[in-house]
Write a protein that binds this ligand. Sequence first.
Ligand code: ADP
Length: 238
Amino acid sequence: MELRSVSKTYGQGAAEVSALHELTVDFERGSFTAVMGPSGAGKSTFLHCAAGLDRPTSGSVWLGGTDLATLDEAQLTMLRRERVGFIFQAYNLLGSLTVAENITLPLLLAGRSADPGRLEHVARRVGLSDRLRNRPAQLSGGQQQRVAVARALITKPEVIFADEPTGALDSRTGRQVLALLREIVDRDGNTVVMVTHDPVAASFAQRVVFLADGTFAEVMEAPTAARVAARMTRLEEW
Ligand code: ADP
């Protein structure tokens, strides 16, 4: 997945705001990247453009061999359902559905049948094989977020976007979810792009891409929480 010279402006004339400015960044298959930056740096805008939730003003977003700009709204919706996985801060599970139904919902929406073997596989992957008949409210926050990870995995997406995935969790539970994200990359070859402001969360990624003022500022390989925190402090002082 790749962004080439992506710009996004909101509003017009005197009210025009440049949220992204010619951002070029590449996310290799099988990699785990954290995207960080000070408030207003363009992280949410990046996520929306990269995931096909919003369209750039200029530049292009590529997923595999597909230029998202060539897709109409219906095709973009299909792409988001079938080729992209999402994990949100607030889990976004449906309370009236069972864990199994929540996990397989993306398949249902895509009009594909839920292969029982696939459901078992992803449930085992996230450690919830024995909770499939439960409702989300019967699970802890960490377990609910693991349901969300399983739901993101079910379609075998080309990229999984995580938006502050541990923002609602205590730090120990959060670390377990982050370790799981790292595992689905290292062991299973998934691609994860995580937006976060938390240096500890970022330290679970293989690299951190820092944004500042809507553009690429720098990249850090093999991040540690201390190095990330130090870099963030410097970017905020800019
Ligand atoms: P971050 O997620 O890093 O805090 P955002 O992507 O939310 O950054 O915002 C980047 C810039 O774009 C900010 O200056 C913000 O005020 C502006 N912005 C974001 N969304 C909108 C919008 N819908 N309308 C106008 N300005 C926006």
